[in-house]
Design a protein around this ligand. Sequence first.
Ligand code: SF4
Length: 233
Amino acid sequence: MKILQKGFNYSQDGPGNRLVYHLQGCNFKCKWCSNPESIPPCSDKCKVQSVDEIVDEAKRSRMMFFEGGGVTFTGGEPTVQFEELKEVLKRLKEADIHTAIETNGSHPKLSELSEYIDFFIMDVKCPDNDIHKKYVGHSNETTLRNLELLTKERRQLLVRIPLINNVNTNADDFVRLFSSLDMSDTQVEILPYHEYGKCKWVEEYEIVDGFVSEETLREFTDKLKPIVNLIKT
Ligand code: SF4
């Protein structure tokens, strides 16, 4: 598998202390992406590790998986390497290791991974498909279909919303979307815009005035609070 970077972190990408693999390649091109170097399918920075090597590494790291930890695959977009991802998740479950992925939800066969994943993190960037296509370069249709499937299956799911001024701050769009789903087992986290990755963009960085004011953030969270389980960032 092509891995841009890996390392341990605590409770940011799933429960407990986790070994996190950032896989190379993404089928989206979000204009605010903080890891633009992860978007191309290959990079001179990425390293290749076989499924066997990853499973062995995870088994050797068991002692580090405290407080419900395990292994997380994020990106880029981990499902871009779908077959290898499916195999490695299956093997980790066979080894009784807790598994998580962070995904943009756009893979049409995402549900095939469900039985091997303990914890899903899915980014939902914008319910409005025209805005989604404009800022992400990809339709949101499959993401929303997968969101519906995962909530129906009552999977352990954390939905992340990167909140960007002048892009997706219309809370009513999210209220309509979440009201149409059974969100009882789903948590939602709002990630206000930042520019930590701006300096890494080789192409022109197109987001201007993306920071969300305190007032907008409060209005947004106030509208979502009554219908979803919001967690603090
Ligand atoms: S889905 Fe994530 S990794 Fe892919 S372009 Fe968007 S922010 Fe970057």
